[in-house]
Ligand binder design. Structure first.
Ligand code: PRP
Ligand code: ZN
Length: 297
């Protein structure tokens, strides 16, 4: 195989997305030999390598064809569309990945009272997302000054260089520590698999196709739980009504106990203690919730 017959995936070198992204790829059967400088990681099993870079560089690397895919925050991908990506090849969000959830929000000093976006008229707003913020303001007909900063956006109001900020919020801890209040959400973000608009029509395209199929399986299974329980035939209807969403449960007889049934149900999401307690009250017992490791329908 020629070097570039191998697939190349870009992801954040060190940050909130790094660990969960690596774990996700591992679950898809991709393992990597960590190279010394940790910029390039050679893939061991499959012909898929990793490039570890700054998250803001990921969309550009895909657009230039240096990488085939990237794992990056939706916030970074969408910002790229408005700024550097204008006129370049279009990038697509192939899959939402369900981790790294955060919001891109407008925040103002705690004492400022805020009703709606019109109040931002004439204000200076500090952000690392001038493209997304500019678009949001335009849509609302608000004329505000956008102050673009590479980082430490949250201290701009205290320094007097801005009246408000537009930044990522996850736990909200950064805002509280800087006496700011989240007042409007521009974008709900999470890690996504980004790539070119169209699959390449060669071996790399086939490899991407295979990876997407495995990824779908992993994402589906990650949220699935297998619920096992025993119930009497009399309580069966009540128990079934309380089961969390999923396909029809399977029922099995219990040896020597003609009145009892063993029920097996695949649930689409987490099963909480509260739900288990309710199902038990309806007449179930011997309940087990098991994680699902692999699934091939
Ligand atoms: C983001 C953002 C805030 C912080 C918010 O930065 O810029 O500073 O996280 O998180 P919180 O609500 O949990 O406090 P991040 O650490 O992701 O680094 P970045 O500069 O690369 O965006
Ligand atoms: Zn960043």
């Amino acid at each position: 195989m020629k070097a570039r017959d191998r697939l190349r995936i870009a992801m954040q070198k060190s940050g909130r997305l790094t660990e969960p992204a690596l774990e996700l790829l591992n679950r898809c059967g991709l393992t990597f030999r960590q190279s010394r400088d940790k910029l390039f990681c050679f893939g061991e099993g499959e012909p898929v390598d990793l490039l570890l870079v700054r998250d803001d560089d990921i969309p550009g690397l895909i657009a230039q064809g240096v990488c085939d895919l990237g794992i990056v925050g939706r916030n970074v991908l969408d910002e790229y569309r408005f700024t550097a990506g204008m006129g370049g090849p279009a990038l697509a969000e192939w899959r939402p990945l369900g981790f790294g959830r955060c919001r891109l929000s407008v925040a103002v000093p705690q004492e400022v009272d805020y009703r709606d976006a019109s109040q931002l008229q004439g204000m200076r707003i500090a952000t690392s997302y001038p493209g997304l913020l500019g678009e949001w303001l335009r849509e609302r007909g608000v004329d505000a000054g956008v102050v673009t900063l590479a980082g430490s956006v949250e201290i701009a109001p205290r320094l007097g260089t801005a009246d408000a900020i537009c930044d990522l919020v996850q736990s909200g801890g950064t805002l509280v520590a800087n006496q700011l209040r989240e007042v409007d959400v521009l974008l709900e973000s999470e890690a996504v698999l980004a790539g070119p608009q169209a699959l390449p029509s060669d071996e790399r395209g086939d490899m991407i196709d295979l990876l997407l199929k495995r990824l779908d399986g992993v994402i589906q299974v990650r949220e699935s739980r297998l619920l096992l329980l025993q119930t009497s035939r009399g309580a069966l209807d009540a128990v079934i009504r309380l089961l969390p969403g999923g396909p029809q449960p399977t029922l099995l007889p219990v040896a020597g106990q003609p009145d009892q049934l063993m029920l097996q149900a695949l649930c689409a999401g987490e099963v909480s203690w509260r739900q288990l307690e309710e199902i038990k009250k309806a007449g179930a017992r011997e309940m087990f919730v098991l994680p699902v490791e692999k699934m091939l329908a």
